[in-house]
Structures are given as C-alpha cells and as structure tokens.
Design a protein around this ligand. Structure first.
Ligand SMILES: NC(=O)c1ccc[n+]([C@@H]2O[C@H](COP(=O)([O-])OP(=O)(O)OC[C@H]3O[C@@H](n4cnc5c(N)ncnc54)[C@H](O)[C@@H]3O)[C@@H](O)[C@H]2O)c1
Length: 251
C-alpha cells in the first residue's frame, strides 16, 4: 500500500515508537489520528505536526473509545498499534506471590487492547474500496523480543507479548479474504520514554548486550520497518524481530 493520501490510526502515538510512526506517516503525506491515553503529549504532537494529524483521547481496552477514535478518523487504511505497558515483577517476590490484579492489568492493556483495536479497525477497513491485489488495509501490532526470551520478572509482560505474536497469523489468515494484512514487530531495546527512567549506567549495560549494532535502537528505525511493511504487500502474518541480534539473558 502506498503511503501518500492514506489515513492511519496510531495507538500509543503520543510517545516513543508510536510517535516515530506518526512522524514518518505525516512525512509521507498520510493523515494520522493519534489514539493515546496521554492527552498532554498527544494534543501537543498533533498541534506540532499540523493539519494532517488529530489527537483522540483513547484507552485501547475500551470499545467506545476505540470506536470514537475510528469515527474521528472517518476511514482507516493503516493501523499501527503501539499502545502498551511494560512491567518487571517476579511471580514470587520477597513479599510473596505477585498479586493477580497486577498480572491481569498487563494482559488487559497489551492483549485485550491489541485484540480490541484489531477487531474494530478491521470492521471499518472492510468498507474500503479494494486496491491492487484486493488490498483494503494493513494492521501492524507491537510484540517484543520478551515474547521469545523473557527475563526473570517478565512473566506477565512476556505472556502478553507472546499473545500478540501468537494472534498475528490467525488474524492474518482470517482477514485475508477482506484484503487486510496483519503483521507484528518484536522490538529489542529501543530508546523511548519506556526505558528513559533507567540510569545512564544501566542504559549502557543494556546497550552492550546487543551484538550489532551495539546500542539501543532509535524509534525512527522502528518506524522505518513499519513503513516498509505498509508498502510491501507480500509481508503478511509474520512477526519480525528488530533487535540487532539481541537474545536476552535470563536476567
Ligand atoms: N522501547 C522498547 O525498548 C520496547 C521494546 C519492546 C517492545 N516495546 C513495546 O512497544 C510499544 C511502545 O512502547 P514505547 O517504548 O514507545 O513506550 P512509551 O511508553 O514511550 O509509549 C507507549 C504509549 O502508549 C500509551 N498507552 C499506554 N496504555 C495505553 C492505553 N491503555 N490506551 C492508549 N494508550 C496507551 C502511553 O500513553 C504512551 O504514550 C509497547 O507496547 C512496548 O511494550 C517497546
């Protein structure tokens, strides 16, 4: 799918990987609705980028919120779903077993949120006029390398990102008859506000664990893969690691 003139919904678009995708889409002359919980950052980004963007306060787990964001977008050709949360908590910590509601929250935002956005966006995409090959839309979700090599303390996060990876193929198979592609990106370590809370030394140590290039990924590199996925129709049903060959150690 070509980018210019398309309409996109970017969840988690107010920050980090999502923000980089919003900037790349606008640079390619696509219109973007930023669907994010963070009103201050979302509205400021939409204002900075101007007429091609709008912000819609959205909780991706909430049906009415996502429907309202899709409604504001009016049509949707592209979804890049970056909204998500990361946690690191042991299943059996020094205070005892992890509270179930903490586990459930991660699953809710990362799994239910992803499925909610996929199902509602697909229902809108089916109304699009088909393009070459009968294509009507493309959805890109965000998994993580933690889906495959989760560290100690990542049981909840890994389970949630594993679920995002696992739903990629069945959704792609199901939506194929509508001409809608579904893909996931599994990022390694990227320089976003998600990691920004870490001290410099911890960041350096993390970067040193990446074989090559031995540094944190830049959000623009994530966006660049997402843009390629949109443009390359043969990519479908796949989870692509973007990680500089990182395989995370147990802890
Ligand atoms: N940064 C990394 O190294 C890395 C690595 C692997 C996977 N990821 C995944 O990439 C995605 C984006 O992460 P990031 O690093 O850009 O983080 P970030 O914190 O910079 O951005 C996440 C955005 O999602 C929004 N959000 C959170 N919950 C939401 C909800 N319920 N509804 C709507 N918006 C919500 C936040 O407001 C924020 O703007 C996440 O799913 C994260 O798990 C990040």
């Amino acid at each position: 799918m070509t980018l210019a003139g398309r309409t996109a919904l970017v969840t988690g678009g107010a920050s980090g990987l999502g923000e980089a995708c919003v900037r790349a889409l606008v640079a390619a002359h696509a219109a973007v609705t930023i669907a994010d919980l963070n009103e201050a950052k979302g509205a400021a980004l939409a204002q900075e980028l101007g007429a091609l963007t709008q912000y819609c306060r959205t909780d991706v787990c909430d049906e009415a919120d996502v429907l309202a964001a899709l409604d504001e977008a009016e049509r949707v050709d592209i979804v890049i779903h970056c909204a998500g949360i990361a946690t690191a908590e042991r299943a059996l910590g020094k205070d005892g077993p992890l509270a179930l509601d903490r586990f459930e929250r991660v699953l809710r935002v990362n799994v239910i949120g992803t499925f909610n956005v996929n199902r509602l966006a697909a229902a809108m995409m089916v109304k699009n006029e088909p393009g070459p090959d009968g294509e009507r839309g493309v959805i890109i979700n965000t998994s993580s390398v933690a889906a495959f090599d989760g560290q100690i303390g990542q049981a909840a996060y890994s389970a949630s990102k594993g679920a995002v990876a696992a739903m990629t193929l069945p959704l792609a198979r199901e939506f194929a008859r509508f001409g809608i592609r579904v893909l996931s990106i599994a990022p390694g370590l990227f320089r976003t506000p998600l990691l920004a809370g870490l001290p410099d030394e911890a960041m350096k140590q993390l970067a040193a664990t990446v074989p090559f290039p031995s540094r944190l990924g830049e959000p623009s590199e994530f966006a660049s893969l997402a843009m390629h996925m949109i443009e390359n129709r043969m990519l479908n049903g796949e989870v692509v690691r973007l990680d500089g060959a990182l395989r995370m150690a147990p802890r």
